[in-house]
Design a protein around this ligand. Structure first.
Ligand SMILES: [Zn+2]
Length: 314
């Protein structure tokens, strides 16, 4: 019997920059701690340890111009370039085989005027809503090209916030155009939507012509680790409580078990900031605990897959 595909989405990573802090509504956590300015490279190594230990696979964003602080192919304001290269090297070496990389558009912050390099006064989601197929394709191709310039293949994209949702037909055509332009690839993927509690939820073909197609891969679970940004509790009980929401120790309850029960593909989602937990790394511990429980209870029935594997299997 073919194993059930499962996958993990990680949104918002970038070399060194704490991307969430750049666009967060408040500069502090709910309990008043300032959001940290950066995430050290050893956090990426810790994440890789967890992925290797449990064989995790999925999609890992790399924001190409994180928080408008500069394109990662040239330099990021506030950090020695050696640290940017080190982060990229760790990601390629340790995640490249099991995770599909993709940009989360250019900045995950203000939109960029590609002609002048200046930033608009609106964020990328607001900007996207007013665009054409060609202007979106140019923007997406620029994001793919930056990753290509640092040695990263990306034939798909993640939508920062709900980028492109108002004109999804144009957006998907533009993704296909951009992937074809930069890589000559006829198949592409993207992540925009969540489908929680929907029976049989899983990937679908969102755009196709005789030659090309774009597969939409939805998140089917919630990011249960986000709360660890706001909550300074690093106790084992708190870590377990977060994991319980996805899968209890006995494997019977939680959104992961629910998804399997209704025939949906379990596509977990978290964010770089949720795993980092504003320096406390509680979210990453909760991810490891969740992965352990999945392996223990469903290891024989499910198979972690990258977005490109899901795209091809589809
Ligand atoms: Zn994001």
């Amino acid at each position: 019997m073919e194993k059930q595909s499962i996958s993990l989405i990680i949104d918002d990573p970038a070399p060194r920059v704490h991307v969430y802090r750049e666009h967060a509504k408040s500069p502090c956590t709910r309990d008043g701690r300032p959001l940290l300015d950066n995430i050290p490279n050893d956090f990426l190594s810790d994440f890789c340890d967890v992925c290797e230990q449990y064989g995790l696979a999925g999609k890992f964003s790399i924001v190409p111009n994180p928080g408008c602080r500069g394109e990662i192919s040239h330099g990021v304001e506030g950090f020695p370039y050696s640290e940017i290269l080190e982060w990229l090297d760790i990601a390629k070496r340790r995640l490249g085989e099991r995770f599909t990389f993709g940009p989360e558009m250019l900045t995950h912050h203000k939109a960029v005027n590609l002609k002048t390099g200046a930033y608009y006064d609106c964020n990328e989601m607001e900007w996207a809503a007013t665009q054409t197929r060609e202007s979106l394709a140019e923007y997406i191709a620029h994001a793919l090209q930056i990753l290509r310039d640092v040695g990263i293949r990306a034939v798909g994209v993640t939508s920062p916030w709900a980028f492109g949702i108002e004109l999804e037909d144009i957006y998907t055509a533009a993704i296909s155009d951009a992937v074809y332009r930069v890589w000559g690839e006829t198949r592409a993927w993207y992540f925009l939507r969540g489908m929680r509690g929907v029976p049989k939820a899983g990937p679908w073909r969102a755009y196709w012509t005789a030659e090309r197609s774009v597969i939409s891969i939805p998140a089917t679970l919630n990011d249960e680790f986000w709360e660890t940004i706001e909550n300074p509790d690093t106790s084992e009980a708190h870590v377990k409580e977060r994991a319980d929401r996805i899968l209890t120790e006995d494997g019977k309850h939680g959104s992961f078990a629910d998804a399997l029960r209704i025939g949906a593909m379990p596509v977990l989602i978290s964010h770089w900031q949720s795993l980092y937990s504003n320096g406390k790394r509680t979210g990453l511990r909760a991810l490891a605990e969740t992965a352990r429980r999945i392996e223990k209870n469903y290891g024989r029935e499910v198979e972690w897959q990258s977005f490109e594997e899901i795209m091809r299997r589809y």
